[in-house]
Design a protein around this ligand. Structure first.
Ligand code: NAX
Length: 338
């Protein structure tokens, strides 16, 4: 390694033996998340049932002889897994199985994310940044944060970057323009079907996206019944076509979420679910998606956007779902001391 290399970063990935874990780890190891100048120490955290498969993944990671990888550790102990962690991708969670009620789902995940929140609180490095991928992602992030009172609240985030990318892709398709011409798309609310993908501040090659769409005869009906529903239900559509849930696109979104948080967005925006600061009428005390800009390892919610009644209602509906989820986990006793 040369003197231009940065200090190594300890990255903990939970659910390391799962599909998204597998699709993420090799790209993290190759430097696609933190850059080609940042060595990584990888920690693969699994449950006992996933340990052997995670060890197999670690063997393959070793077999790639990635120059940036300083170490690879596999464990099923959260305290060991988060020891000295600078970045945590919380991917492993308990998916909803047939016949499972929402309360059962929240409870099963509450068990996972409370333990991990405590371990992060006690063991992680002072600059820990957490990105929750495992569903229900926003509320899982809230549970983890509530059990980590010594970690600044703003370090707990959840992934809505996949929804953001899906929205950009659909807008590119509808306007026949390349994705790199699109700016100002935003995802608001929950990473669920209630989310609000917002095009009203978006531009395509510097022109208002809404004006362009209107010129093409794509109005409110297209917005509500095609665009929003397509983005919000894209996960289900992928399952029905591919025969399995989104994996590589989710892994890519997780990497880009962390990449931009750490390395910056420049002047453009992205979307992240972050603790609400109360702006746009989003209740404080929940983790909700906002448009953000990142600089110097810190994200900042974009303030001062004007919303139509339609947008306000859509945001409020998704926020109401997050408040309900919070009340449900609180009444199950899953929230910690924060
Ligand atoms: P898999 O079932 O393939 O992998 C999950 C892995 O997590 C398993 O290996 C399991 O053993 C492990 N695990 C479970 N509990 C754990 C714990 N307490 N500690 C460590 N590891 C644990 O699922 P995969 O397809 O990888 O999806 C992972 C999660 O991402 C799911 O919750 C899924 O719903 C969620 N998703 C989130 C998305 C987002 O945009 N936020 C999109 C894609 C995906 O649906």
């Amino acid at each position: 390694m040369t003197h231009t290399m940065k200090h190594p970063v300890t990255v903990t990935v939970t659910g390391a033996a799962g599909q998204i874990g597998y699709a993420s780890l090799f790209r993290i190891a190759a430097g696609e998340m933190l850059g080609a100048d940042t060595p990584v120490r990888l920690r693969l955290l699994e449950i006992p049932a996933g340990l052997k498969a995670a060890e197999g993944t670690a063997m393959e990671l070793a077999d790639c002889a990635f120059p940036l990888v300083e170490s690879i550790d596999v464990t099923d102990d959260p305290n060991t897994g988060f020891e000295g962690a600078n970045l945590a991708l919380l991917i492993g969670s308990r998916p909803r199985t047939k016949g499972m009620e929402r309360a059962d789902l929240l409870e099963a995940n509450g068990g996972i994310f409370s333990v991990q929140g405590r371990a992060i609180n006690d063991r992680a490095a002072d600059d820990i940044k957490v990105a929750v991928v495992g569903n229900p992602a926003n509320t899982n992030a809230l549970i983890a944060a509530s059990h980590a009172p010594d970690v600044p609240l703003e370090r707990f985030t959840a992934l809505t970057r996949l929804d953001h990318h899906r929205a950009v892709a659909q807008l590119a398709l509808a306007t026949g323009s390349p994705v790199d011409q699109i700016e100002g798309v935003a995802i608001w609310g929950n990473h669920s079907a209630s989310q609000y993908p917002d095009l009203f501040h978006a531009t395509v090659a510097g022109r208002s996206a809404v004006d362009l769409l209107t010129q093409q005869g794509l109005g409110q009906d297209w917005l509500e019944n095609t665009f929003i529903s397509k983005v919000a239900n894209r996960g289900a559509e992928v399952i029905s076509v591919r025969g399995g849930s989104s994996v590589a696109s989710a892994a890519h979104a997780a990497l880009m979420h962390v990449h931009d948080w750490v390395l910056g967005t420049g002047e453009s925006w992205t979307s992240m679910a972050v603790p609400s600061d109360g702006s746009y009428g989003v209740a404080e005390g929940i983790i909700s998606s906002f448009p953000v800009r990142c600089t110097g390892g810190v994200y900042e919610i974009i303030h001062g956007l004007e919303h139509s009644d339609f947008s306000q209602k859509r945001i409020a509906a998704s926020v109401a779902e997050l408040v309900e989820e919070k009340q449900a986990v609180a009444s199950l006793g899953l929230l910690g001391p924060r």
